[in-house]
Design a protein around this ligand. Sequence first.
Ligand code: C5P
Ligand code: C5P
Ligand code: ZN
Length: 468
Amino acid sequence: MVPVPELADRARACADRLRSVDDVLLASHIDADGLTSAAIAAQALERAGVPTELVFKNQLDDEEIASIAAREFETVLFTDFGSGQLETIAEHAARGDFEPIIVDHHQPADAETQYHLNPLLEGIDGASELSGAGACYLLARALEADVDNRDLAKLAVVGAVGDMQAVDGELVGANREIVAEGVEADILKEGTDLALYGTQTRPLPKLLEYADRPRIPGVSGDQSGSIQFLESVGIPLKDDGEWRRWVDLSMAERQSVISALLQRGVDRGVSADALDSLVGTTYTFPGVSKGTELRDASEFSTLLNATARYERADVGLAVCLGDRGDALDRARRLLANHRRNLSEGLEWVREHGVETRPSVQFFDAGEAIRETIVGIVAGMAFGTSGVDRDRPIVAFAEKSDQEIKVSARGTAELVGRGLDLSAAVGTASRAVGGDGGGHDIAAGATIPGGSQEAFIDRFEECVVEQLA
Ligand code: C5P
Ligand code: C5P
Ligand code: ZN
């Protein structure tokens, strides 16, 4: 019943082992994919009758692994991280501290372990074909007995979208198999629609004003321009005094707006490629009320990031598990704060610019951008004016008095030419006494304060070599 045959044996081995233990400590990554990973695994374990305790970690370094070992659980299930820290984990396992079961999609370190479910071990891309939550979904399908776990496909889709796995707006590879199961189970709807963020909840003019991929001249970043544009298409902006949202429009109205946006783009010289991305695949959940964050995978995942990256993983987890009361209210307040931080962060990058070298570009935000979201800001800044998409971007932010957080982002095109940020960030961070890893297209690290310059030098050497 595991929908991705290449990973079925690994999923079954992990599931069989888990079924046989007394209890398990489930350790997961703090972000949208990590939260959904934990929610899927925890529900599947509960349904299978395996008592589970949960912990969330921002980064799984030696110290954090030691703290997990100190909990004295015989079995530890790592989700959405662990593969990259396999050497340290294997050392603990060899000492008998715990038995690890790893369900992850990050680049594995050079070590072996018996229970390891990771797409990269079977030639499936961990950056675009299966997320941590997707891997956990396969585990859940292998764990199920009486109850069908296909309802959990919903969270797997939220995790994949949260990790930006949609390629040109669409989930591909192993993720597709999960989408298919969700559609079949009637908990997921796949559609083609305007691919802007906020179709469920944003007032129409805001939806267009914030559109930046692609930028529509005279509309993006222009509040009155957006209002005029919508009026020129003949779209009533309010209904009973309330702003209408995209989901409130009829199909005919939606079509008119999309056509007019395309026409505006063509008239003002936006490239056909860029305009193509205006429409894409959407993943919505028919069981949830229209016009709420939880109706759409993209808004759902942002809501989760807004909790997890602000030390409120408990709130995001509760929402994943179905809490629609206090937790959802709290998550919405955190979301407003997260949005403000992202836009301020982006503004900071615009104002200060990036330093451009022949093969890389970077900025050092110091304390100006929170280290837990600096990677998201780097990704958003990528492709804005002054930040070319022809070389990877690196962002630094202060993590503590002694430590600097590094986030690196690339493009599919660069990866196609040989870029592997996981390797480059790993090598450069270890060269300066830090550590890191991730995916070919996105990676991160922690390095000692003051070593940014040395890091960038080493990082650029790696990138030059990779792209040669
Ligand atoms: O730790 P994790 O795997 O969950 O995070 C993946 C990260 O990679 C996310 O921050 C996501 O935004 C980034 N990513 C990206 N572009 C892609 C795929 C992933 O920036 N095409
Ligand atoms: O933190 P950031 O969003 O930049 O992370 C990008 C990717 O690199 C994520 O998949 C994250 O899990 C990974 N990462 C890592 N080790 C670190 C920092 C980030 O594997 N020390
Ligand atoms: Zn992930």
